[in-house]
Design a protein around this ligand. Structure first.
Ligand SMILES: [Zn+2]
Length: 506
């Protein structure tokens, strides 16, 4: 090719030399015509170039080129060759020297349109290429002249006539062609499988449409098919796999439907089970950041002895509170206070209410609901141990019951409010009167109630007496116990001091 070009060029020079001699009256007086160069001829016989010259501004300053392009736009090569052989020497020289540069500046006048391309799959809707006249383009590129705003539609071959063209977003032709190919593939696959792109996008979200957690075994199968389909779809768009991918994706969709149906059946069958992991429970666990618990739940889809103590989601607790209530109605009436997230047990035999933090209650006794051995056995005495007494009246009633059971024993509870001047509950003090030494042991009232209330509530007098006696016998303050009189003096003087101080500060 290069050789041929050099040959043509040298011939041109030769001809010009001869021409000069003829004009200066040299030896050879033959009239020799200047010939059009090979490279110019190639450009001029190309319909695309002629069209480019017509629609671009840069060619218009060369009148003869412009009218040639218009008159011979659709002409055959022979007609074009015949026409240019009639051109004057001046025109030929101009063409030989400048055509290449003119064509290039014409190419530079064009940019990509805002809407860069289209693909038309339907044969009957296809349009011709504005540049070469190819009748039915499947891939359409839109370009626009920057100087005269003329718009052209060209095919994927003719767009290559503009190797430096830039589309909005500074995209080159390579990028646009890639996008075009993806769009074309997307159209193809969407025609074959309507809605496939959205379906792939929504694939995983289907799992959240069930009211309950889908067990890992089913979920994994479902997600794996989703992953496979997504990858195949992407590869197809990128042109990395054959059309077989469409059939494979159709097949994957069938599998998906089968598993979805399996999940529907599972959900319908289990959604009313108390211990099934509901979506509400999962959302709640996510909020608590208990992701490890979710992981455990996924294995079976059900709450079990490994997870029940971790779940205090209000709806679930409301359900289980009814089961607990039935189980312990022989002791009292159990209520669930949703706002405080606690249980309240109103005892049958005493005017006393016990409170339980739901988390603690579930930690100890949750497993009993699953017919599994709980952390501590679900007995009356253990329930009383864990419950907390809160209000004054209940404390007082507990104290009265304890005093009743200890009455006449070696250690009794003594009350003396010194004519209403001393409030045990307010002072949080209990007096344990040891008859053996005729002295009183002071102890923290709340602590004492909490420690010994179970024996009082189950009315186990013997056990209560034994426990209290052991407690007093091994008490570290045993040696510093005071008589009732000493205690009265101290308390009342403290009271006097307090009132004095109050007077002074008045
Ligand atoms: Zn074309």
């Amino acid at each position: 090719m290069k050789k041929a070009f050099l040959y043509e060029e040298s011939k041109k020079i030769d001809i010009i030399k001869k021409d000069m001699r003829s004009k200066t009256g040299g030896v050879w007086m033959v009239e020799i015509k200047v010939e059009i160069s090979h490279s110019a001829k190639i450009l001029l016989t190309n319909e695309k170039i002629r069209t480019l010259l017509i629609y671009s501004e840069n060619a218009k300053q060369y009148e003869f080129l412009n009218s040639f392009a218009i008159n011979f736009q659709k002409a055959k090569s022979e007609e074009v060759n015949k026409e240019i052989s009639d051109w004057s020497s001046e025109q030929v020289l101009l063409t030989n020297d400048l055509l290449d540069r003119i064509v290039n500046s014409c190419r530079d006048e064009w940019k990509g349109s805002t809407h860069p391309f289209d693909t038309i799959l339907e044969e009957e809707k296809r349009v011709p290429c504005d540049l070469c006249g190819y009748p039915r383009l499947k891939e359409l590129f839109y370009i626009e002249n920057k100087l005269n705003q003329k718009k052209l539609i060209v095919g994927s071959k003719c767009i290559e006539e503009f190797p430096n063209i830039e589309y909005p977003g500074r995209k080159g032709i390579k990028q646009i062609k890639k996008e075009m190919s993806e769009q074309s593939k997307l159209k193809e696959i969407t025609l074959a499988i309507p809605g496939i792109e959205r379906e792939i996008e929504q694939w995983d979200k289907e799992l959240h449409k069930f009211d309950i957690l889908i067990p890992l075994e089913i979920e994994q199968r479902y997600l794996e098919i989703g992953e496979f389909t997504r990858e195949l779809f992407q590869k197809y768009l990128a042109g990395k796999v054959s059309k077989q991918a469409i059939e494979d994706i159709k097949h994957a969709k069938q599998k998906k439907e089968i598993i979805l149906n399996e999940m529907k059946i599972y959900s319908a069958k289990n959604k009313d089970s108390i211990f099934v992991a509901t979506n509400k429970i999962i959302r709640w666990l996510e909020k608590q950041n208990k992701l490890g618990v979710i992981k455990k739940l996924k294995i079976t889809g059900f709450i079990d002895e490994n997870t029940i103590q971790e779940i205090t989601e209000p709806n679930f607790i409301e359900h289980v509170s009814r089961i607990f209530a039935k189980k312990i109605n022989y002791i009292g009436k159990l209520d669930f206070h949703k706002e405080e997230n606690e249980f309240m047990l109103s005892l049958n035999n005493f005017d006393i209410k016990l409170y339980f933090g739901v988390a603690r209650f579930m930690e100890y006794f949750g497993a009993t609901l699953l017919e599994v051995k709980p952390k501590i056995s679900f007995t009356e005495i253990n329930i009383f141990k864990i419950g907390k007494i809160r209000n004054r009246n209940c404390k007082n009633n507990t104290l009265i019951q304890m005093a009743r059971l200890l009455n006449g024993f070696e250690v009794e509870i003594s009350f003396n409010d010194y004519g209403g001047r001393y409030d045990y509950l307010e002072q949080n003090v209990i007096d344990l009167y040891d008859k053996r030494v005729n002295k009183v042991l002071e102890e923290d009232l709340n602590w004492f109630i909490n420690q010994f209330k179970p024996y009082a509530f189950v009315i186990d007098q013997e056990r209560l007496r034994k426990e209290v006696l052991n407690f007093v016998n091994s008490h570290p303050n045993k040696r510093s116990m005071l008589t009732k009189d000493e205690l009265r003096d101290i308390r009342l003087s403290r009271f006097k001091d307090n009132s004095k101080e109050e007077e002074e500060t008045d």
